[in-house]
Write a protein that binds this ligand. Structure first.
Ligand code: ZN
Length: 341
């Protein structure tokens, strides 16, 4: 089969299109004919090299929608030819979190396209348990654009963050995949939504997604603006993946008893916490990563009924995966890039 692979870590130039062996599903697995796969920031991290075991040569792509092609031994209740979207979080089924029920903080979590071969190929093998049936009206591209980022944003805002109607939320990085998902989820939850992005065009587009107030971080100090625009109260919840660079600004933008939900560290992992600020305002800092099966089913049901809409920046052919990496790295993307084999 055709796949976008890399055999060494590095910049986008390590990615090439190659003919590789078509994978065979093992026990409990299925092979999916990929119809659409989408790119995440995670793909850039995996390509640069993470301290995790990544199979080499590697096929990236954590978001897959397609048709079931072949069943591995012991798989029941799945029909060949059915339309599916894949939950990119593969749970171990044996750790405390998995045994307690939902696997939302699985100790041995594997992520599709990071710990396993991903979707930038004609076929991919995934656990049968990761499949969710895709209803007719939802396109493969929409489903592939939604899975990882809506799972992440739902768990971050709702399950971990405990977002309630009437609260105020600040979404930083609002033009990214998880950001565009979070703005919509916060809006749907009945929150007052503040958002940060960069550039006038993106400001306009984030507003169209439902954010009430959008700041251009190239123009203003968003932390001060939030403080002023909330009457020196701050926001109840922040959803952030930038880490180091905006850590203190975020803490300052929080209201008393505010929660900061952190799902990444794109500007660096070593943030300095002003502990006085934290205890005085009674702030909670909550980590989140991916989500549980229940999180996935809940948020995808809202995508399937059109209440949440993945933002598709562009659809590129498999041959252009390298270009997709380059564009995401340059920050030229609004929402998600979808790749079709
Ligand atoms: Zn587990």
């Amino acid at each position: 089969m055709k796949a976008a692979i890399f055999a060494e870590y590095g910049g986008p130039e390590v990615i090439r299109i190659a003919e590789v062996e078509t994978p065979q599903p093992g026990a409990g697995e299925v092979r999916v004919a990929v119809r659409a796969a989408s790119l995440n920031h995670l793909d850039l991290w995996v390509r640069r090299g993470l301290p995790v075991e990544t199979p080499m040569p590697h096929i990236g792509g954590s978001d897959i929608a397609g048709e079931v092609d072949t069943l591995g031994p012991g798989v029941a209740g799945v029909e060949v030819g059915s339309r599916v979207v894949v939950n990119p979080a593969f749970y171990c089924g044996r750790c405390d979190s998995c045994r307690r029920g939902d696997g939302g903080s699985c100790a041995k979590l594997r992520i599709l396209g990071e710990h396993t071969q991903g979707g930038f190929a004609e076929y991919a093998v995934v656990p049968a348990a990761s499949l969710l049936a895709l209803p007719g009206p939802v396109s493969f591209a929409q489903a592939a654009a939604a899975a990882l980022v809506f799972l992440t944003a739902w768990r971050g805002l709702v399950t971990r963050g405990g977002l309630r109607a009437g609260e105020s939320v600040l979404v930083t990085g609002a033009s990214g995949g998880a950001g565009t998902a979070a703005v919509q989820i916060a809006r749907l939850a009945g929150a007052h939504v503040f958002a940060v992005t960069s550039g006038q065009e993106k400001v306009g587009r984030v507003r169209e997604l439902g954010a009430d107030v959008v700041y251009d971080r190239a123009q203003v100090d968003f932390s001060r603006e939030v403080w002023a625009d909330t009457g020196k109260r701050g926001v109840d919840l922040i959803f952030d993946s930038s880490g180091q660079a905006t850590w203190e600004a975020n803490l300052r933008a929080l209201a008393r008893e505010g929660r900061m939900v952190v799902y990444g560290a794109t500007t660096g992992p070593e943030a300095v916490t002003n502990v006085r600020l934290m205890f005085w305002k009674q702030i909670a800092i909550l980590g989140t990563s991916m989500g549980s099966r229940r999180d996935f089913e809940t948020v995808m049901a809202l995508v399937f009924t059109g209440k949440l809409r993945p933002v598709i920046d562009s659809v590129l052919s498999l041959e252009r995966v390298r270009e997709a990496h380059e564009r995401l790295e340059r920050g030229e993307v609004f929402g998600k890039i979808v790749v079709t084999p």
